[in-house]
Design a protein. Sequence first.
Length: 422
Amino acid sequence: MNKLVFWFKNFLFVGLLVLFGSSAVFALTLEELQRNFENLADEVENMKLGEGGHGEKRVSVHGYGELHYNNPSNGPTQLDNHRFVLGIHVLLADWIHLNAEIDYEHAAQELEFEFAYLDFLIKNYLNIRAGALLIPVGFLNEFHEPPLFWSVERPELQSKVIPTTWGAGGAGIFGELSQLMEGLRYRIYIVNSLQSLKPKKSDCGDSALDLGGDCGFFRPKDGIRKGRRQLDHAQFDDFAVTARLEHVNLFEGMLQLGLSFYTGATTHDLIPEGGRTTVIEGDAKFRWEWLEANGTIVNIFIADAAAITNFNRAAGNIKATETTPDNIFGFNIQGGIHLPQLLNINTDHDFIPFVLYENFDLHNGVPGGFARDLSLDTEVVTVGFSYMPASNVAIKLDHQRFNFGNNTHKNQFNMGLAYMYP
């Protein structure tokens, strides 16, 4: 900064001399002025890179966004600028990195704090991560930029069963176990747990009892999703352990396999029962030339579901006919064809027709004495395409058919525009 002030004073002094007809001894030639400007530009760039100027930017900006058109058979047609995300990466030191994202949702009418954490890079096999983290369950929750998946909306399984985007506050370790096998990676975190109970007070946030912000609870129609909380008021009477082990380079990169785990009590001392919730997830991604496929399977166990149901019913959080399940199960499988590669067309564009099949039951199991809601047994078939004029831009179109266990159904037509940067 002192150097910038020094150069500013020099240019101001030179300008005054020229303005008032200073002698030729002090006049600068055009070449000298250009040389000074170039030197000043170098100084500013070095400040961006840090004192050493090692060629790596100290601050970089990234993000993504998506615009959706949704036309369901049983509701109004909607146009929604669903997300615009601003992210930064800051090199605080050669071995300390800051990563953060802020999500402006629904035309910036909702603000979500996506994540903000520090990585302390120690060894390839052992590093530390701390802050507001993304839970490492599945391949989509941590890497959910919209050009990375083909459907207009995120897959239903990764919304209703795995509550993407799912974050929490905590710390843990991560790394690559290349000594055992090249491409084998892990993450293990301790974080604040989900919240299965909403306090009885309805105007959440006005008292010490309402530490859940808008008060998270397990809502039968979307599983554990509403149990996620923003970190401004998230409770931490209960904590959870979550981990992921994945191999990203099997068969020369054709196959990626992942296994995820999450477990933690969820009632935060509001009732004697703990309400431990455990998530077990497996996933695979496959790519061979023009053919690509992926699949996910999830099983969720909720202990003390009867006590959770009774509390939330008494608090008026759910209807007297609604029940918190003790088991949620689901899977999906997706296949797509990269048409330009199949047709041997030499282009940077990509056109991917795909089919996505999903099957999940948010009431796969309920506690004794409670009735299942068959409408929560769901089958979804999505058919569509993603046209990518560049690797970070996608124009999407798809049609969804929903079939429910109570013999009802609905259809939905979607279009979307997605991008990520830089």
